[in-house]
Design a protein around this ligand. Structure first.
Ligand code: ZN
Length: 174
């Protein structure tokens, strides 16, 4: 990263590729290590070394690594898909996101319906059971579970503060 004063390292991938001497202030050296020769080769083929060095000199040092990674990604994608490049991958991913968002919305709607159904059923059961206790609660206690262990995987907080209008089960006390 920082400028290293003693420079006995092997030349960076860029200088090796361009067959020139890698000097101590080489703009490519921090981002194109000799272990990754194809990284620079791809970037040079698509963007050109002089354009890349110009770009790196124009941006702030802390942005250079991200810029180089982006260039390397775009160059690789362009070589794989000369027509669309990384735009092809991006549009595929965007389509996936849209489709998954639709599936998620549908699943959340199903969960809300299911949870409403469970809540209405348990309310009705507890109301019926409350009335039934006076009659006699001796026999089949397994026919009713007062605390069903329904897992409610999705909890919508709007239910807790918004009462759903008139509810014949709960409002019937005189
Ligand atoms: Zn170099």
């Amino acid at each position: 990263m920082a400028s290293s004063s003693s420079y006995s390292n092997p030349p960076c991938a860029a200088c090796k590729f361009l067959r020139r001497k890698c000097l101590s202030g080489c703009i490519f050296a921090p981002y194109f290590p000799p272990e990754e020769p194809t990284k620079f080769a791809n970037v040079h083929k698509i963007f050109g070394a002089s354009n890349v060095s110009k770009l790196l000199n124009e941006i702030l040092p802390h942005q250079r690594e991200d810029a180089v990674n982006s260039l390397a990604y775009e160059a690789e994608a362009r070589l794989k898909d000369p027509v669309y490049g990384c735009v092809g991958a991006i549009s595929v991913l965007q389509r996936q996101v849209l489709q998954l968002q639709k599936e998620l919305d549908a699943t959340n709607a199903d969960l809300m319906r299911y949870t409403n159904l469970v809540m209405n059923t348990t309310q009705r059961r507890s109301f019926d059971d409350h009335n039934r206790v006076n009659v006699g609660y001796g026999g089949g206690s397994d026919s009713f579970d007062p605390n069903p262990g329904y897992p409610v995987p999705y909890y919508c907080p709007s239910w807790s503060n918004g009462p759903p209008g008139e509810n014949p089960e709960t409002g019937g006390d005189d």
